[in-house]
Design a protein around this ligand. Structure first.
Ligand SMILES: Nc1ncnc2c1ncn2[C@@H]1O[C@H](COP(=O)(O)OP(=O)(O)O)[C@@H](O)[C@H]1O
Ligand code: SF4
Ligand SMILES: [Mg+2]
Length: 388
């Protein structure tokens, strides 16, 4: 069992009082050593609302090398640089941030498709960054992914039936050979496609239908967690809502927990219970949808929200649009202190010297206000942002 003080230390929040860290819960490290014990841990059910995935201080640096014969490392792209958050069973955690801030890298780390440079990902108390072989295979069955681009993520030479049924080749225990066609037909039905389409090819479907095929494939192994990396970004606005509604329906039906990644704040609100805002490999702010959308305290979130189009002309009138200056700095050479300081209108000397911790701002600790949520800013305060 993890010591709470150690847990806070691991999460980089030594100075933060206990009651100020509601988004991170204590990690109950599983005491499993043999493969059989690990499998038992991974198969154990998690109560709704309990943490199912606990990410602690996750880091991914991609080495930058130079030279042809003798490759020397000259630096690193700090794609993910100390990320901690929990995912609760049955919830949808939205993760938003501009392109290049590390969202897809987080998704790949959680899927164990990339190896973490440092940090831990506890799934049911089991650190999956340290697993291999059979145990890792069992984890991969339970954590599935839906990709961004339904045009390139489906193999054009495979039939829909083969695409959806492909995961059964790796996990035959989920569906014996004789039962696979029936299972695939069921999955097509579940995602709102005609089971008769089983022998068609991806090009015979629209973008929205293709994403339904991607979702059916993600569901094939009865996972517990689905990581959706910009699942509707490539779709027409009219189709986005249909796919999101389908995902919500499936979440209830199959008791799923979602991590829903997007670069657009307006898409995420509808589906998310909580939202984390990322900037340059770090979490800038995290809270419930009301806390983030109606009471943002981090200047970056406030700027992103001020850029969301407002359809109501009356609401639009007198609205302050926060224009961010400059480009996103390179993750190979992030600014000292607060990474957002080069674009922040509130930056002061302290911002260049001290890294702001992701914590409830001191002025709000213990206060009964939606502004009392975690924000990585030395000068966090509420600001009225009119948005849709
Ligand atoms: N395999 C890789 N090798 C080197 N750099 C990478 C690799 N994958 C991603 N990056 C870099 O890491 C940063 C974060 O990328 P990514 O996670 O794809 O961001 P997002 O999904 O938020 O757009 C970017 O600067 C990107 O160029
Ligand atoms: S810590 Fe400073 S630079 Fe960073 S967001 Fe807050 S005010 Fe801006
Ligand atoms: Mg991405």
């Amino acid at each position: 069992m993890a010591d709470p003080a150690k847990k806070d230390e691991a999460a980089g929040r030594k100075d933060v009082p206990q009651d100020a860290v509601p988004n991170l819960t204590k990690v109950e490290v599983a005491e499993a050593t043999t493969i059989a014990e690990v499998e038992t841990v991974l198969d154990a059910p998690v109560e709704r609302g309990e943490p199912i995935l606990q990410v602690r201080n996750l880091v991914k640096h991609f080495p930058l090398t130079q030279g042809i014969l003798f490759r020397r490392q000259i630096g690193a792209v700090k794609a993910v640089d100390g990320l901690s958050f929990d995912l609760y069973q049955g919830e949808t955690l939205g993760i938003v941030g501009e392109s290049g801030c590390g969202k897809s890298t987080v998704a790949k780390l959680l899927m164990t498709l990339e190896t973490a440079t440092a940090g831990e990902v506890f799934y049911k108390g089991q650190d999956i960054t340290k697993l291999s072989g059979r145990a890792l295979k069992a984890v991969r069955r339970n954590i599935q992914m839906v990709f961004q681009d339904p045009y390139t993520s489906l193999n054009p030479r495979m039939t829909v039936g083969d695409i959806i049924g492909e995961p059964f080749e790796i996990h035959p225990e989920v569906a014996p050979k004789g039962d696979r066609r029936r299972k695939v037909r069921d999955l097509l039905d579940v995602v709102g496609l005609n089971p008769e389409y089983i022998n068609r090819y991806p090009h015979q479907f629209s973008g929205g239908q293709r994403q339904r095929i991607g979702i059916a494939r993600g569901l094939a192994l009865n996972p517990e967690i689905i990581i959706c990396d910009e699942p509707v970004s490539a779709l027409d606005v009219s189709v986005q809502a249909q796919v999101i509604n389908l995902m919500e329906k499936l979440q209830d039906e199959f008791n799923l927990s979602y991590i829903f990644i997007a670069h657009d704040l307006s898409i995420v609100r509808h589906i998310s219970d909580r939202v984390g805002v990322m900037y340059l490999g770090k979490m800038a702010e995290i809270g419930t949808d009301t806390e983030i959308y109606d009471h943002p305290t981090h200047p970056y979130t406030q700027a992103l929200l001020s850029a969301v189009p407002v359809p109501d002309p009356a609401a639009r009138e007198g609205r302050e649009r926060i224009i961010l200056v400059g480009d996103v700095p390179s993750p190979a050479n992030p600014p000292s202190g607060c990474r957002f300081r080069t674009r922040c209108w509130k930056a002061e000397d302290k911002c260049a010297k001290e890294v702001p911790l992701l914590a409830i701002p001191q002025r709000f600790v213990g206060a009964n206000t939606p502004a009392a949520h975690e924000s990585a800013c030395h000068f966090a305060e509420e600001k009225d942002v009119v948005h849709a």
